[in-house]
Design a protein. Structure first.
Length: 132
């Protein structure tokens, strides 16, 4: 079914996705939705990463987290930082994320457990990079 659609709709490039997301971010209708803005920033981040614009992609994922707090976005950001050898930046970002845990006891506990797991992964990555 999707192949039938491709006859009518041109495939979007990563640059198209970045341009569309940027236009939507400028749209006043989206200004009141942190969820929408955060996900548009994620779309831009993935598209920039696909174009190997890693520093910009990292900034977009960090901006997305600041806009809409979601730990999956944090994991992508620190993974890109770690792969780029920016272990200190990733650790500082994780500390910032840790401080922004929700106030609800259960949600805070889960948040902190996930951040601790990210921290362990980050440390293993750093050790592997140092051993090379």
């Amino acid at each position: 079914a999707m192949s039938d659609l491709s006859r009518y709709c041109p495939q979007l490039t990563n640059k198209d996705i970045v341009a569309i997301a940027a236009a939507l971010l400028e749209n006043p209708s989206y200004q009141h939705s942190d969820f929408a803005k955060g996900h548009l920033l994620i779309a831009k981040g993935f598209s920039e990463a696909e174009q190997n614009n890693i520093p910009l992609a990292i900034d977009l994922f960090v901006d997305s987290f600041h806009t809409y707090k979601h730990l999956d976005t944090v994991f992508i950001a620190i993974s890109l930082m770690s792969n780029a050898g920016e272990h200190v930046r990733a650790a500082k970002f994780l500390n910032e994320v840790r401080e922004q845990a929700p106030s609800s006891y259960i949600r805070k506990l889960i948040w902190l457990q996930r951040v601790d797991a990210f921290d362990q992964i980050l440390e293993q990555s750093r050790l592997i990079d140092e051993a090379r």
